[in-house]
Design a protein. Structure first.
Lengths: 236, 482, 102
């Protein structure tokens, strides 16, 4: 009953046939050439928004322009982006976990290095967080380093205690996004727009938000690496 | 400071409330169901407030952080965004009520935070006036949707989700590259400012191509629709409903905004191509739907077909055509959600959704069959329904602009839709022996499906009001000539 | 050719290479890596052209956009990898099944 059409299958044993591959290469080369040409026609000097940022930098509360953009001028993007992180974690957790590999105990090298490195990483994260106000650094950079520390710990075999794996863990995970949203609502209640920080407190507020965000991001990254909800039994 | 009702930024509340709700459901999983429902009602209230604000005061522009474009991000509400928000709110409420009964405890714990994040992403998307902010909302939307599809478990859902994720990421990256080119050409990210500064150039052309390709991939326009049927059919029923009804419309909305406001010159030129692809989608989707043996796959292919209609407005270009498209967006959202919910009821009842075996389940679920039939009326475009008004407007636009070949497509599409809808309903009216493994379907699930289907029909009776709402801010103004 | 343009062209090249790999390879891990390469290409375009602003300091807004983009890419990659592992557990192979027009 099914109408069969005599077309050669696009894929053969999973790989794409050579003539199609060549066609693909030709098409993509044309695409690259077109895009490259488009890029090359852009003028060689363009201030973009850098002058706007420079003009408003003083009232933003920090002196690092990237931090000012991320946490103040375009803070709304950052709110949504922290939501993205959390959603990814929710997705990974809802998948039911990664089949546990047979865990061998960490060898002496990993054991020793993790003991040496993790405190250093935590310190570096703290520094990056603090330095983010005036120099390159900030919540995401610090959070990544913290996440790396978490990954190292997990690799070395460390697991959180069960009593911290429930509500306390979830609180830390949502702290960054939660504080940001609370700050936004408070700013609205105080008569301004969403996420409009009062000029005098802006620096302090940004630091607070970044601190909470650092912890959240670090914890989220480590939890993403772990793959399964702590304490959950794997459903197979 | 007295906060009058009129002064509350309802639009912003509509974005924040689901976020807060999602966090609450995540922190307190035991109370996820009631928290989620309360949030749903709250969001509907916020959207109602925003609609009232826009009708009373005209378009609303809200500068987040107080900075204003181009430095900050603006939130912008006009008639179009309000209509999309309202459709999302109605369908979202229906899905929330439905999911309350659909998911068991352990799945519900995962469902509610993801669904509320998705809702927040949708609201943020429809209100955003900044092209990079749109990228972030698109990603939030995509990831939440993929996670929701994968909730069903099983090989079909997981591979469908994986394919959906890869496609979604590809589309977003193409869009982001377009954003990069636009920003570096004009130095701003705000849609209104871009529209002012827009000048054709190779970089702009590249950006149009990239962003359109990415968004068309996400909207599953033929031939980029391959990912949609597996993902929508294998997801849990309420997730299928929200994917077909809302998520695919979001990328279409962005495409619409960009083509109408930022790139009007190019819209006319490529319109015929889009119309052609839309026509192909209508025919291909309809034919494939007829071939399906499983109900949810049939409904998924119906989505592919209906999405094709949306692109017929591009070659027509007149205000009437856009009105028809928008009306189709709204009525399809309601009707398709109702259909998927009905399919979910059938699945819950009999444990399967094979169409040939439907007669054994259909007569025990009269509400569900009615819901499916009413939704089918709207999909077919029969009066009195939202779908009928939409088709009527599109037919009128085709006639007025002299491009009569689109009329043939509209009529053929309607016939195909009638064929596959009747294929399903036909089985409902045949008598058969009852099976004994039937499971009870909660009444709320049946009523939710019926309510949405009725709303689709109702949309056909209240036509003047949504059409008037579309006029506010009118991005399709007088310059849109055939 | 100025350095910004050169880096931007490299970014375009990465984008296209990643696209080729995404289409051609069947193993999911390679597809995920291809997406990452494409993402890096886009970020490179963003950052490279930001250097056109001034001698002393580049335009900070694209930098912020890239930071946001990196976080989004990391989240998406994590979800994709977890999905891939589950797909492999369910179907035995880390590949998408051949698409049958069913």
């Amino acid at each position: 009953m099914k109408k069969t059409m005599n077309l050669k299958p696009m894929t053969e044993g999973g790989k794409i046939r050579t003539p199609l591959r060549l066609l693909l290469i030709v098409l993509l080369s044309a695409l690259a050439a077109g895009l490259g040409y488009a890029v090359s026609t852009l003028s060689s000097q363009a201030p973009g928004l850098s002058e706007w940022v420079a003009a408003n930098l003083e009232s933003s509360g920090v002196s690092n322009p990237v931090t000012a953009v991320l946490l103040n001028f375009r803070g709304y993007d950052t709110v949504l982006e922290m939501g993205v992180l959390l959603v990814a974690l929710l997705g990974v957790w809802s998948l039911g976990g990664i089949p546990e590999q047979r865990e061998s105990s960490a060898g002496p090298v990993l054991d020793m290095l993790s003991r040496l490195l993790v405190p250093v990483l935590i310190l570096v994260a703290g520094y990056l967080l603090w330095a983010g106000a005036d120099a390159p650094g900030g919540a995401f950079q610090a959070g990544s380093v913290l996440g790396a520390a978490g990954v190292l710990l997990l690799l070395a075999g460390w697991r959180p205690e069960p009593r911290f794996a429930g509500l306390p863990l979830r609180i830390i995970l949502t702290m960054g996004l939660g504080l940001f949203v609370v700050m936004g609502i408070v700013s609205m209640l105080m008569g301004g727009r969403l996420l409009q920080y009062p000029r005098s407190f802006a620096g302090v507020l940004i630091l607070l938000i970044e601190a909470a965000a650092t912890l959240s991001i670090g914890m989220t990254l480590a939890a993403l690496f772990r793959g399964s909800r702590p304490g959950a039994k794997l459903d197979r | 400071m007295a906060l009058t009702i009129a002064a509350i930024p309802w639009g912003v509340m509509a974005i924040l409330l689901p976020l807060v709700g999602a966090l609450a459901c995540f922190l307190s999983p035991r109370r996820a169901n009631p928290l989620g429902l309360v949030t749903a009602f709250g969001v509907v209230a916020c959207v109602a407030g925003l609609a009232w604000q826009v009708v009373a005061q005209g378009t609303q522009r809200y500068a987040i952080g107080g900075w204003g474009a181009p430095l900050g991000i603006d939130v912008y509400a006009d008639g179009l965004s309000v209509l999309m928000l309202m459709a999302t709110a109605v369908v979202g409420l229906g899905i929330s009520v439905y999911s309350n009964s659909y998911f068991k405890r352990d799945k519900a714990v995962n469902f509610w935070p993801l669904w509320l994040f998705l809702w927040s992403a949708l609201n943020a998307l429809f209100l955003s006036a900044d092209i990079f902010n749109l990228y972030v909302t698109l990603e939030l939307l995509g990831l939440a949707a993929v996670a929701l599809v994968a909730l069903a478990g099983g090989a079909d859902a997981l591979t469908g989700a994986m394919r959906y994720l890869l496609v979604s990421l590809l589309g977003s990256l193409a869009y982001l590259l377009g954003v990069a080119l636009l920003y570096h050409s004009f130095g701003c990210l705000d849609i209104a400012l871009l529209a002012e500064r827009m000048e054709p150039s190779p970089a702009v052309l590249a950006a149009v191509g990239l962003m359109s390709a990415g968004l068309l991939l996400k909207t599953a326009l033929f031939p980029l629709h391959f990912w949609l049927p597996p993902a929508h059919a294998s997801a849990p029923a309420p997730v299928s409903a929200l994917l077909s009804a809302l998520v695919v419309k979001a990328s279409f909305y962005i495409l619409l905004r960009l083509w109408l406001e930022v790139f009007p010159v190019t819209a006319a030129a490529l319109g015929q191509l889009l119309g052609l692809l839309g026509a192909a989608a209508v025919l291909w989707g309809g034919l494939q739907a007829l071939r399906q043996t499983r109900l949810k796959m049939l409904i998924a292919y119906s989505t592919v077909a209906q999405l094709g209609y949306l692109f017929l407005a591009f070659p027509l270009g007149s205000t009437i055509a856009w009105q028809g498209t928008l009306y189709l967006l709204l009525s399809h959202a309601l009707a398709k959600a109702a259909m998927f919910m009905a399919a979910g009821n059938v699945l819950r009842f009999g444990g399967h959704d094979r169409i040939v075996d439907l007669d054994r389940v259909a007569q025990r679920l009269p509400l569900t069959v009615t819901a499916f039939a009413l939704a089918g009326v709207s999909i077919m475009g029969l009066p009195p329904s939202g779908g009928f008004i939409a088709k009527w407007l599109l037919l009128e636009a085709a006639m007025l602009s002299g491009q009569w070949w689109w009329m043939i497509i509209l009529i053929l599409g309607g016939l195909l839709a009638a064929a596959y809808v009747f294929k399903v309903i036909g089985y409902a009216f045949t008598r058969a022996v009852m099976t004994h493994e039937a499971r009870a379907v909660p009444a709320t699930m049946e009523w939710a499906a019926l309510a949405l289907a009725l709303a689709a029909i109702l949309l056909g009776l209240v036509a003047p009001w949504p059409l008037a709402l579309m006029e506010i801010g009118l991005p399709f103004g007088g310059e849109a000539a055939g | 050719m100025s350095p910004p343009s050169l880096y931007a062209l490299v970014g375009i090249g990465l984008f296209t290479l990643g696209l080729y790999a995404l289409i051609v390879h069947t193993h999911l891990l390679r597809k995920i890596l291809a997406i990452n390469v494409m993402g890096s290409g886009v970020f490179l375009v963003l950052v490279a052209l930001a250097a056109r602003a001034r001698e002393a300091a580049p335009d900070p807004v694209p930098h912020a956009m890239v930071i946001t983009g990196i976080v989004v890419a990391v989240s998406a990659t994590a979800l994709a990898l977890a999905l891939m592992v589950r797909v492999r557990a369910e179907t035995g192979r880390a590949e998408l099944p051949e698409k049958r027009p069913e």
